[in-house]
Ligand binder design. Structure first.
Ligand code: ADP
Ligand code: MG
Length: 601
């Protein structure tokens, strides 16, 4: 089974909105698991939230006490009691403030730490996913999942539980006080709640969908920017700045549209709830006034009642806030989990072995491969034996599958049928790291990382000393040009090595492989894009590198593979013929035709 099957079942591929918004059981558990390392901080945070909520409720009760005493004034005693209660309230405010500060600082930090952990986990996961995954993905979307999406989560992580504790306690407490003061008046308040619940439910759903769209759109924007900027040199050479700007404007507009939907639904949701609470206050004032006239309520009670209604409004507001946070966070979490749940399709087998020494016998046995189930086979039933230390050239027309054949050896892709053996062991039974450590790959398009020359060579072996780096560079014919750079080995080479020529980049990539020193070497059109002089220099280092290693060379110019011990010719039907240059020319087959054609050019 190719990696594609596993990926195809994932909802990230589902761009038509068929995404499930409710967290499944596994995801809920996963969500909660991020709290685990911060349990103590979490409970301290909750305790402070509890204190905040209790002190909030106590203050109107104190106010009630004071107003009652003012009305029933009986001299000096009352004055003292008012002072005393004032002091109590001051104390309460102090406690309230301290608890609130803890929640605001430590609570936020807890969320940030959890976000940090998630980001770390996702990045490590990215490193494990295979070529097949990245073939289908946009880098910008993957980056957005790592940055924007997880930030929304940090907020939810800490405000979520806190808001639930504070608002439900305040709500129940305020309601109990209301009922104890005047049950009939409390009933009026209570009547509002079911209406508000239905209202909130409806707009909540709209908000959810809009938020998810907006998260996807920001990912699209990032992908677009990433693509345009990475290709900025092509853009400029074709003077297609306006085309890129138009593409960007399209994405930008779609994002704006999704923001509009989000704000609209948020406005309805949030402001609607606020309006309901105001209606509630008005109803209490009107009906409270009437009740006072009837004589079943006194003024201090109405004041306390109104203060409690204000407290009741607070949890409703908080609930609105929480819902928005929750939806934003969950939209991010869903996107996060979609990627995290993609199983790396190429992994170590359980009993994978780590061979001590690799000689470099490579054997393809009846290998069939296709990139995707809906595309044709690149190989069908292909068999090929390469002996340790042999120098084999692979030739064939462009697109025939030479690169593909080579990327199967380090298991960048998994074969669909048959097997590939390294020293007699199926590569699926060798630990991936051991396998790849023993294969050196030099390709036509060199990827260099931002950093210095030395950093980039050291990529071949992160433990290499400076002296080893220089030796590798010398073997790769790179030392001379590196020394001519302004800062020698410490010269910064710019993003992707833009400050170097093609031949220079290629020599650095060869130095990397010298440092890695693998028993198996694959050279995939490494010199095809270079001028004659660079090609000769690289050809020389290649021949040195190939000494005592199994080497597979793919070359476009047949003159460069004349010296190969064996030339393997690939055609649509698989391996068409193989032999030395002289044998194949004498045979007068495909190779002879290709060779004569190139000679006559
Ligand atoms: P060559 O190196 O001989 O020029 P390749 O091995 O690169 O050819 O490509 C062989 C075939 O596989 C081509 O038809 C190409 O379009 C297809 N192909 C190459 N890479 C991928 C990929 N990552 N996903 C899907 N198809 C691919
Ligand atoms: Mg190729």
């Amino acid at each position: 089974m190719s990696g594609f099957d596993i990926l195809a079942a994932r909802p990230i591929w589902n761009r038509n909105g068929r995404v499930n918004f409710n967290l499944g059981n596994g995801r809920t558990r996963k969500f909660l698991s991020y709290y685990k390392p911060y349990q103590r901080l979490f409970w301290a945070d909750m305790a402070c939230a509890l204190v905040v909520s209790v002190t909030t409720l106590l203050i109107p009760l104190c106010a009630n006490f004071i107003t009652k005493n003012v009305l029933a004034s009986d001299g000096a005693d009352t004055v003292n009691r008012i002072w005393g209660m004032g002091a109590v309230m001051l104390g309460l405010v102090l406690i309230h403030t301290l608890a609130n500060m803890f929640v605001a600082y430590q609570g936020h930090m807890m969320g940030a730490k959890m976000e940090h952990d998630m980001r770390h986990e996702l990045f490590e996961h990215y490193q494990k996913l295979s070529f097949a995954f990245y073939d289908e993905q946009k880098v910008g979307q993957l980056m957005t999942r790592l940055t924007n999406d997880s930030f929304d989560l940090a907020e939810l992580f800490h405000h979520g539980p806190e808001d639930i504790v504070i608002s439900s306690l305040n709500f129940i407490g305020a309601f109990a006080i209301l009922v104890s003061i005047n049950a009939r008046l409390a009933l009026i308040v209570f009547l509002f709640l079911p209406i508000m619940a239905v209202y909130a439910f409806y707009f909540n759903k709209q908000m959810k969908a809009a938020l998810r769209r907006s998260h996807d759109r920001i990912g699209d924007i990032n992908s677009q920017v990433e693509d345009s900027l990475a290709g900025i040199r092509v853009v400029k050479s074709f003077t297609n700045e306006r085309v890129e700007a138009r593409k960007f404007a399209g994405e930008n507009g779609r994002f704006l549209q999704s923001r509009q939907d989000t704000y609209l639904s948020e406005t309805y949701f949030y402001e609607g709830l606020v309006a309901f609470t105001q209606l509630m206050t008005i109803a209490v004032i009107v009906f409270g006034g009437l009740t006072i006239v009837q004589g079943t309520l006194d003024l201090p009670e109405l004041i306390t009642f109104l203060l409690c209604v204000a407290i009741l409004i607070e949890p409703i507001r908080r609930y609105g806030n929480f819902t928005r946070l929750y939806q934003e966070g969950i939209a991010g979490f869903e996107r996060f989990m979609e990627v995290l749940e993609v199983q790396p399709d190429i992994q170590d087998a359980e009993n994978a072995i780590e061979p001590k020494i690799i000689q470099g016998n490579i054997s393809f046995q009846n290998v069939s491969f296709q990139y995707r189930q809906d595309s044709g086979h690149v190989f069908n039933n292909l068999s090929l034996d390469i002996k340790a230390g042999e120098f084999v050239a692979l030739v064939g027309s462009s697109g025939i599958g030479k690169t593909t054949l080579c990327s199967l050896i380090p298991r960048f892709y998994e074969v669909n049928a048959g097997e590939i053996r390294l020293d007699g062991t199926n590569i699926k039974e060798i630990r991936l790291e051991a396998l790849r450590r023993n294969i050196g790959l030099v390709q036509q398009d060199v990827y260099l990382f931002a950093g210095t020359v030395a950093d980039n060579i050291r990529y071949g072996n992160v433990n290499a000393s400076d002296a080893e780096i220089v030796t590798a560079a010398k073997k790769a014919n790179a030392h001379a040009f590196v020394m001519a750079l302004p800062n020698g080995y410490d010269t910064d080479i710019g993003q992707r090595g833009v400050k170097l020529s093609g031949g220079q980049k290629q020599r650095l990539s060869i130095a990397r492989v010298f440092l890695k020193d693998p028993p198996v070497l694959i050279f995939d059109e490494a010199t095809s894009a270079l001028d004659n002089e660079s090609e000769k220099a690289i050809q020389a280092s290649l021949e040195q590198l190939a000494n005592n290693r199994t080497t597979i060379v793919i070359a476009h110019r047949l003159t460069t593979v004349r010296n190969a011990q064996r030339i393997v010719v690939l055609t649509e039907e698989g391996i068409d013929e193989q032999g030395t240059h002289e044998e194949l020319v004498a045979a007068g087959g495909t190779y002879a035709n290709l060779y004569n054609m190139q000679l006559s050019l």
